[in-house]
Design a protein around this ligand. Structure first.
Ligand code: FMN
Length: 319
């Protein structure tokens, strides 16, 4: 599959051949499970959540299907940064796509150590900070739930990281726009909008919560309209690129996210039923540009805002 120049995007001075990225935590790390053509249309690859030390993940049920969605409470199971860099990273690199390191950390010191290991083994690669993870100094409140802590930790990352810095925001906050502005002010190159939405499930056969942690993250088509609203609002609030994440399954979903203001789109839960989803979305988006005579994905970004402003002007003219 030859990359189409119209589909290339630029985020923080780095060019990616497609606006479609694989979201963190959903891709099988063993390349033997990848179907032929799995990398077609993929602009880059977010790793699963990486932590300083290995994590066994949460006990009990980890994934639960809901109507039109998926709840998960994986608990960041991963081998730890050093083992990842030694083994899985080497496999991922063979796919020939940019790898974005998704990082989870409970203290500022952990973040600095993570960045140090990555710098030594991989150089200034793109990183994505998962600020939905708990900040131990705030008694386990997530970094995103305290704007001051968020600003401090993003500024710290910025001072210590020359590569691309994405901040993946949490929708589980009282003012989402405030957190997006805080990330921008602290030096993020882009904001990812957004991680999973906290929900609860009761197993009625046991009349007990499904998950040991009671709450878990909801993703998939159920959250698409919610994430689309956040993308729309964030695009109006910040100047840095917005990367959409939430329920994107079809090229129409991806086009909606981009028209609402996304410069790029992450695909997550859709991969559970189709590992070739990015390739299909790529084809659909590319033919949309062709059919509507739109020069590039960058020209599609935010187009729905312009159209709405033009309609409003027309309405005013016609009284
Ligand atoms: C099983 C599973 C594991 C996930 N693990 C991570 C993770 O480790 N780090 C992270 O930032 N997001 C993680 N996510 C969130 C996804 O990357 C994505 O942002 C979210 O699911 C919304 O997109 P979707 O509706 O397309 O899945 C995970 C999601 C799922 C379903």
């Amino acid at each position: 599959m030859n990359p189409d120049k119209k589909m290339a995007i630029n985020i923080g001075g780095i060019e990616f051949e497609s606006p479609l990225f694989i979201a963190s935590g959903v891709w099988p790390m063993d390349s033997a499970e990848w179907p032929d053509g799995a990398m077609n249309g993929v602009g880059g690859f977010c790793t699963k959540g990486l932590t300083l030390r290995s994590k066994r993940g949460n006990p009990g049920i980890r994934v639960w299907e809901t109507p039109c969605g998926l709840m998960n409470s994986i608990g960041l199971q991963n081998p730890g940064i050093k083992a990842f860099l030694k083994q899985e990273y080497k496999q991922l690199k063979k796919a020939g796509k940019p790898v974005i390191f998704n990082l989870s950390f409970e203290t500022e010191k952990e973040l600095l150590l993570l960045l140090g290991y990555i710098m030594d083994a991989a150089g200034n690669v793109p990183v994505e900070l998962n600020v939905s993870c708990p900040n131990v100094s705030k008694g386990g409140l997530s970094w995103a739930q305290d704007v001051n802590a968020l600003e401090r930790v993003v500024s710290l990352a910025r001072r210590n990281w020359k590569g691309l810095l994405w901040v993946k925001l949490s929708p589980n906050v009282s003012s989402f726009t405030e957190t997006a502005l805080a990330a921008e002010k602290s030096g993020a190159d882009a904001v990812v909008v957004a991680n999973t939405w906290l929900g609860t499930a009761i197993d009625v056969s046991r009349l007990e919560p499904v998950f040991d942690n009671i709450h878990a993250g909801l993703s998939g088509p159920a959250v698409f309209p919610l994430a689309l609203r956040l993308v729309w609002e964030t695009y109006s609030a910040v100047k840095i690129p917005v990367i959409a994440s939430g329920g994107v399954c079809t090229w129409q979903n991806a086009a909606s996210m981009i028209a609402a203001g996304a410069s790029a789109v992450q695909v997550g839960s859709a991969l559970f039923f189709d590992l070739l989803a990015p390739a299909k979305l790529y084809e659909g988006l590319s033919s949309l540009l062709e059919k509507r005579n739109i020069g590039s994905v960058a020209d599609l970004t935010g187009i729905a805002h312009e159209r709405r402003r033009e309609t409003n002007k027309e309405d005013l003219r016609h009284g």
